[in-house]
Design a protein around this ligand. Sequence first.
Ligand code: ANZ
Ligand code: ZN
Length: 867
Amino acid sequence: GERYNPRESEPKWQKVWDEAKSFVTTNDDPREPYYVLEMFPYPSGRIHMGHVRNYAMGDVVARYHRARGKNVLHPMGWDAFGLPAENAAIERKSHPGSWTRQNIEAMKAQLKSMGLSIDWTREIATCEPSYYQHQQSMFIDMLAAGLVTRKSSKVNWDPVDMTVLANEQVIDGKGWRSGAPVEQRELTQWFFKISDFAEDLLTGLDGLTQWPEKVRIMQRNWIGKSEGLRLLFALEPSEKTDVTSIEVFTTRPDTIFGASFVGLSPDHPLTTALAASNADLAAFVAECHRHGTATETLEKAEKQGFDTGLRVKHPVIEGETLPVYVANFILMDYGTGAIFGCPAHDQRDLDLARKYGLSVKPVVLPPDADPASFEIGNEAYVDAGNIFNSGFLDGLSIDDAKARIAAHFEALTVDGKPQGKVEVNYRLRDWGISRQRYWGCPIPVIHCEVCGTIPVPKKDLPVVLPDDVSFDKPGNALDHHPTWKHTHCPQCGAAARRETDTMDTFVDSSWYFARFTAPDAPTPTVPEVANRWLPVNQYIGGVEHAILHLLYSRFFTRAMKATGHVGLDEPFQGLFTQGMVTHETYRSEKGEWVPPTDVVLDASGDQRSARHAVTGAPIAIGSVEKMSKSKKNVVDPDEIVSGYGADTARWFMLSDSPPERDVQWTESGVEGASRFQQRVWRLVNETAAIAEQSTGTVSENDADAVALRKIIHRAVAGVAQDIEGLGFNRAVARIYELTNALIKAREARPSAALAAALSEGVAKLVQLLNPMMPHLAESCWEVLGKQGLVADALWPEVDPALLVDDEVTLPIQINGKRRAEITVPKGLPAADVEALVLALEAVQKALEGKTPKKVVVVQDRIVNLVV
Ligand code: ANZ
Ligand code: ZN
């Protein structure tokens, strides 16, 4: 017969689905709703293999639940604001909008060529006013609800991109895009008060049982709840300051007897006051500011301190005093911006102590350590143990000592205030959303000299980005625009200035899943509609979004609830994070990276070698790495789709590894997938011919037919179970098995009964394949002469009787020794089993003509003969 031709068939079916509106979802459909969503892409220009994997998985889930009779919502959109568009505009002297919209068109065509079951009528792009006007409207609601503030804060400033960076955008002290060393600046910024929700976001994690545990742990750590003590240290009188005490925050008050210094943040008010009359200290503080504020940066930077000359009284050791240092690793916006240092049990404190010769006194004794000889080297001891060297705390566990010392300080006073106060702290900071860039959602406020900061009235929304911008000068093109920012105060009418900051693009992606439920509504959401669809039943995306995007979305959903836009807290019921797509790397003799398309692989035995496709020059095969432009080990989805077809690419992506792990793209793997496609095609065509001739029905008595039907029904049940558990590779393995069994049955020149089972099996195979290779499945469905589209067919019914094992194999023992076995129907009466056993050749031989004294049949378990 003819080979299957995906190049012809795939566009044909895509057109059929399109015209039939097969995947258009309505909100008033009475069927049970099911919402599956893949993280929407940034329109960078082209889709990559990571997208193919992500969307192939989502499409399997969508098509499967559709076959299960659900009303499936499976939308797609574009995370379309952001810096790369501006950078591209600068490079190409074009406009970020036209660059972005062109990319969207190109990528949409690519996605369409994958045959995804997406409702394109719901497409949204976050850069369009039709989307961001609602974001502006919700910003105004959130401002009114007290969920937004404006405050001056230290920010990470990227001196090349001329913008503020979020902490996460600072990698090793450098801007994530520019690579320039990040500086600190003080700016007035807009913030979402995510920290108000710290406890709720933390406890909410307990309910997210369909999320990967590792993601929940990352979120927990990010929120960073710690219970500790605020503790006052009385200052020794000094002419340098009038201040009489320093308040620190500690989570380890049990180590107080090991304290050897008090540390202040470079931004602590006392530091600032002292620096005013101390040039060396002022220089030290300035040096600290030359580095970013990201926690990660501070952890890695060398610990530096400055001795202020001030001393505090040791709070538990009579007559002792401790020096007060300013230290670069102490943050002003955590705790109180001041600490006490216990070098023996904190690495940062130890680094500082070793550098400046401060005392290191251990107070926690590791289990089994000798108190007389235990010493700290260059590593702080941070694990469990009992307290020693600590007066009235000696012998207590860490937890008991914490409680004991907290009670001790709570009962004392310094400056007339309690010396200690138990306190809960969160590492989570408010979300700074101001960006000094053009290509983002304008923050809808107006600054009036008389009235202050006034929200833009909703009737004046959207605040649209001006199109006529120039990027000649670095910085914010909105700010440089000749007229845009000049406006009038909505309250008093005086000349006023528009806010020129735009929102962090993470805001755009914090609610798009809700907008998809009513993408054309005149309000941000239609709450009844949103509440019916949400939470997203299954969200699928990269683990790189495990913290920020997911945390921001969880916050935003709560904020939308508080402002009446949705009625729930958690946006994503099920979360799945897929692994990456990797490929071998290749290098020329000169050490340059060579793309896979230029490489010919040879194999002789176990030895693999490679040469250049054109020049024949030898090429070294390198390690397997995540596909990346820098290593040139990328495979272009377009080439695969035009060469092998979308189904082959999808199948390979799903088949080769568990979906949470990395998958290695190989030529041979893709070829295997392509061959499988042809095998299925041949089987279906051959079976269609047999089915036409065969008039037989499945007979209960045809053992081969019953056996085949069992295989078929188990595959149907198993594939369903695997897809529901997102075990796509296991589902694929089952489909391979079923295909092999069907091919074997066909080659056996089947009886009429077997032929009927075979044609049942082939039809079901096509339905199992449909979520993964939907184009092939439609073509097969057509060959089989089935009504309608397989995309609309309901998932095949499983006959439960065919799932139970109805035969058992019993071991046969003669005088306690295993001699044979027998397979019998389950529950066969003992007398029948005995007769069958005695008739067995192996048993007769072993009995040597004797008659057994006793035959014991344990039903469905074992047969014992005593001779
Ligand atoms: C004394 C001590 C002894 C500490 C010891 C630790 C170990 P978590 O648990 O993450 O909340 N700290 C407090 N405020 C700080 C700030 N603004 N910047 C930098 N470090 C600060 O961390 C709390 C601990 O980090 C606190 O407990 C304090 O050091 C330090 F053996 O106090 B600890
Ligand atoms: Zn005004």
